[in-house]
Design a protein. Sequence first.
Lengths: 336, 275
Amino acid sequence: MTSPEWTGPAIFVEDVHKSFGEVQALRGIDLVVERGKVLGLLGPNGAGKTTAVKILTTLLRPDRGRALVEGRDVVRSPAAVREIIGLAGQAAAIQEELTGRENLDIMGRLYHLDEATRKRRTAELLERFDLSDAADRPTKGYSGGMQRRLDLALSLVAQPQVLFLDEPTTGLDPRSRLGMWDVIRELVSTGTSLLLTTQYLDEADELADEIVVIDHGQVIAAGTSQELKNRIGGDILEFAVVERERLGEAAEAVGTLSEADPVLDAETGRLSLRVGDGGSYALVETVRRLDHLGVRTEGLGVRRPSLDDVFLALTGHGAEEQETSPAHHRRATRSH
Amino acid sequence: MTTAALPTLVALDIPNPPLAQRFQRGLADVGALTRRELLIWFRNPAFIFFTLIQPVMFVLLFRYVFGGAIPVNIRGGYVNFLMPGIIAQSAAFASFGTAISLARQLQKGVIDRFRAMPMARSAVLLGRLVADTLRVILTVVLILAVGYGVGFRFSNGVGPAILMCILSVLFGVAICTISGFVGLAIKDEESVGSFGLVWLFPLTFVSSAFVPVASMPGWLQAFAKNQPVTIVIDELRSLALGGPLVLHAWQSALWLAGIMAVFVPLAVRAYRQAG
């Protein structure tokens, strides 16, 4: 089903609020996704990403504000919204007792496709997502990466105009993650408008045309990955001290090189400092001062800022800080 | 990103499709979901066990192990007493699958996914109900076949025998609506599996399913005699073997209608709120 009469953006969100009892999940967010573009909605766990997706996919009603998908109001015409969207993410739609082919076939039936179309679409998607060999095995035995790919395939059965991917790679191993990125990139090249939520900065950096950073239910920054990095302004000096207990001493020594405060990680002995466009000077000075003090370093260098730095600068905490996995736990503290 | 720079966007006004088309699509959705549930059921050893193997084991256990020690004053002996009871009990236990699979689908987010698709909201629960009905029918037919193999005989004519089958299926479906509500309300597969359905045990065992109620202590008889499972089973027995029909018939009908009237809306509400 097409809507040629609509010439606006694929997704338009205006001042949307949503609370669950006392908890304000969304506190007035605005979003625009132009047709054929990818918006990366970036934020830590509990920032409101999933709530936003649930509102846009008609699973939740906003308390206030307006949300349009291809011009269809999610509150007034939810049925019309459901006709043109696809939703995928953490392999939720897969029924593990059924084979990949059966999962796709039933999805086709639920989208009222006739038998010939279902067969063709199913074969096409299995081929495209590299699942043909496993097509007739129960999905219980699929690897994590295969399950995510099938989940994505399921959301594409009816060729949606707008696709929502809710944390499509969370919990995947690095290799499957790269595979998933390839699949998403290819998908986007065919012109589907996409809203992607993620808590991984590199993922947003890699896939999104535009990034919206949300934290505590509010948009705290928006722009292209380059624009966000420019906001930080210039280079980042980074190194780790070999003797962790000398981190404070090192911070004091290089602190005067910049107006920004150095960011310290006591656990790893790592220090990073925004040094503007004076990267080379800062590097030379750092070597000189630390050498003078006799502080030994590892991995000393100047680099362009990553989205991680952006997040830290915007929110005062790391992007993945609130993740429950202890492996991801990081303690970034600011010195004063 | 400032919205001020954008012209005011006016949402498209999209009319709902005509009622006839929606109805037709709704039927197709129910069909697709019924098919889905049945496929899942066939592939799941635990569900097969609860609905097919366990009832057969019960028939054999009670017929040959306990049966000899349970005196009943009935033509054809204990096997004829047992079969209507075990049919009802199995139909009720078949609802395990309903509760566990609804809780699992809710927990995994499958149901959320369905809700973001252009299908009738009622289709998920209706598809389940149709699939469950087919499942219960299969269970009843299987037990009757095994029952015939171990000596059970209808002795009240074909019409009442068919009515007995229909009543036992309706009973199973009514219990499925309770289980469905429990599954949707608890929302956690493991909890449902371990304690969500314990109420089924006193309900089916403290009844006239396996032993005459008169053999129980007095205080227990009060419950056993008046609870719906006994009432339905007594009616099943009367239909299968002959006996007083009328009193139990309207009581059974009332109970089943009552259960559905309470638990169908409760399940629908839990379904709407879940997620």
